[in-house]
Design a protein around this ligand. Structure first.
Ligand SMILES: [Ca+2]
Ligand SMILES: [Ca+2]
Length: 579
């Protein structure tokens, strides 16, 4: 440059800052030196992470890559920062969190020339919970699958049995399949803290569904019976069983109806079964009364909506009665069929037994005597001896039990007596088949196998049972009973156990010995429809009194005045009218 001139020197370079921005030389008179010191600029990239709801995402990893690499995590406010980044570089910011996607996925800054902001929004990813429902390996459509937990929803399986839910990661979910008449295995499946797609397959089994064919029934007292039907839907291809019973309401099972208890067995293909409830056409002015019918103890099936039903008995009495209906011969006989045989009389039976009483004309002493004999004849009848008395002996032979409970007795007696009317065509074969089925089911009950374990040897089994029954079998009869097992090591064969048990229960010695106690028990079960120690009794004193008395009279109920006493008792007569 020319002397005596004025000069200014100013450096510049992108991304650099100079310590001296300008050097000036006025009236230049010599060579000069003008050095400059430059510094590369530094910048910060920062930002905030929020979730889809706008809330801060703390503790989330954010990575820096490009001209420099680094990592950091967001603070409680979701903020992060990378400071002191050399200007001019190329930088990428990428947030990451398991089960989340971010928008934008990353941010890039080329030729960084200033502080920058990069904000991100994170969203939980969705995973699928899906599966297939099958029934015996076949796709099952129309199954409602309920989703519960962190999200709720429902899906229905398609023609291929498939269903699917898209749900957010990290939630906990339960899926539960349902379809009328089906049972599922598993009943439901749960996935906690979901972190991947899941498969939830279910197996469905068609159920036998049992229920009353109505939610309520009504019958007029004077109709004397009502037939109640239980229907089966769903699977009808296999056998199933259900028990029915009733709970007293304003109507009482001792007086207004014969106790309602029994089992119904549906054979394959059967869809409907009925039972009869016997209504007492009493003389009480009592208004309409009701009780609740119930189904339970289903074997191989399930109960439908009408598992209970209301039975209303419509009263037919208005004025004060002039007599007790039990004093009528036909009413008296019918009641005995119901109380002892759980059925209504056949026409011949009703006529025969009624005529025994009506043939007395107006002779009161004759009538009283005949009523006593007719009554006792029901206890002594083949039909009762082969059903109720057999049940009594079976319990006594197994457990040497005191008098069993009335409901237990009725249920078992009715099972043996199912459909049996003595002298009706085929009655003996039916009774025999009923007995065999019942006894085999009884010896398979836990109560019995607990008392007589299946690993007992045949000799141990026979001897223990015989001993419990008081030893009615002779040595040769014991040997014959052991032979029922045909030389097997254990006594686990149910059919053989049943035959042995029957040998004891039906042995003459045992039957003779049990006759009086059963006779006394039936005074309570039959006439009074209650247990001997139930109200108005509080213990077995009454039962013991009669047992001693009839034993003292060697079983002569007439001399012991036992039947007569029960027939004229106020408790018995009050079941039907004014005592
Ligand atoms: Ca009536
Ligand atoms: Ca009445």
């Amino acid at each position: 440059v020319t002397a005596e001139g004025n000069y200014a020197l100013t450096p510049s370079q992108t991304h650099y800052t100079f310590a001296l921005t300008k050097q000036t030389f006025n009236n230049l008179s010599d060579n000069e030196t003008a050095d400059f010191e430059a510094t590369l600029n530094r910048h910060t990239i920062s930002g905030r992470l929020v979730n889809a709801s706008g809330n801060a995402m703390a503790d989330t990893v954010v990575s820096l890559s490009g001209s420099q690499s680094a990592g950091t995590t967001t603070d409680v406010s979701g903020d992060y920062s990378f400071a002191d980044l050399p200007a001019g570089g190329e930088y990428y910011i990428t947030p990451a969190k398991t089960h989340y996607t971010f928008f934008p996925a990353s941010a890039s800054f080329a030729d960084l020339g200033a502080n920058k902001t990069a904000n991100f929004t994170g969203s939980l990813v969705s995973y699928a919970i899906s599966g297939r429902v099958t029934n015996n390996g076949q796709d099952l459509s129309g199954v409602t699958v309920l989703l519960s937990g962190s999200q709720s929803g429902s899906a229905t399986t398609d023609a291929n049995g498939n269903y699917s839910f898209n749900v957010l990661a990290e939630g906990s979910y339960t899926v539960t399949p349902a379809k009328t008449n089906y049972l599922f295995s598993a009943a439901s499946m749960t996935f906690n803290d979901l972190s991947a797609n899941q498969v939830a397959d279910f197996g469905a089994t068609l159920q036998s569904v049992l229920e009353f064919n109505a939610a309520s029934y009504s019958v007029t007292e004077g109709t004397r019976t009502i037939t109640v039907t239980v229907e089966r839907t769903g699977d009808t291809s296999s056998a199933t069983e259900v028990a029915y019973s009733a709970t007293d309401g304003s109507a009482q099972q001792r007086s207004d109806v014969i106790p309602v208890i029994g089992r119904l067995r549906f054979e394959p293909g059967e869809t409907s079964k009925s039972f009869i409830i016997f209504i007492t056409d009493d003389a009480h002015v009592e208004g309409d009364e009701s009780l609740t019918l119930e189904l339970g103890n289903v074997v191989d099936g399930t109960l439908g909506n009408n598992s209970t039903a209301t039975l209303t008995i419509v009263d037919n009495d208005s004025g004060q009665p002039v007599s007790n209906p039990i004093d009528g011969a036909e009413f008296f006989v019918r009641q005995h069929y119901r109380d002892f045989l759980n059925r209504d009389p056949d026409a011949d039976g009703l006529a025969f037994w009624s005529s025994q009483i009506t043939s007395c004309g107006t002779d009161a002493a004759c009538i009283a005597d005949r009523r006593m004999n007719v009554s006792a004849a029901f206890f002594l009848s083949i039909e009762f001896q082969q059903t109720g008395f057999l049940v009594h002996r079976l319990y006594r032979a197994s457990f040497a039990l005191p008098p069993e409970h009335l409901s237990e007795f009725l249920l078992d007696t009715r099972t043996i007596a199912q459909g049996v009317v003595v002298n009706a065509p085929g009655w003996e074969q039916l009774l025999e088949a009923n007995k065999t089925t019942f006894i085999e089911s009884f010896v398979a009950r836990p109560q019995f196998t607990k008392a007589y374990p299946l690993d007992l040897t045949p000799a141990e089994f026979v001897n223990q049972l015989n001993s419990k029954a008081g030893g009615p079998l002779s040595p040769s009869e014991i040997a014959a009973a052991i032979e029922e097992f045909e030389g097997t090591a254990t006594s686990k064969a149910i059919a053989a156990r049943a035959r042995v048990w029957r040998r004891i229960a039906e042995s003459e010695t045992f039957s003779r010995r049990e006759l009086n106690s059963a006779f006394v028990l039936m005074q309570y079960f039959g006439y009074l429809q209650r247990n001997p120690d139930e109200a108005p009794d509080t213990n077995l004193d009454g039962y013991d009194f009669w047992l001693h008395k009839i034993n003292d009279f060697n079983g002569d109920f007439r001399s012991a005045e036992m039947v007569k006493s029960f027939l004229v008792s106020a408790e018995y007569r009050a079941r039907f009218g004014a005592p």
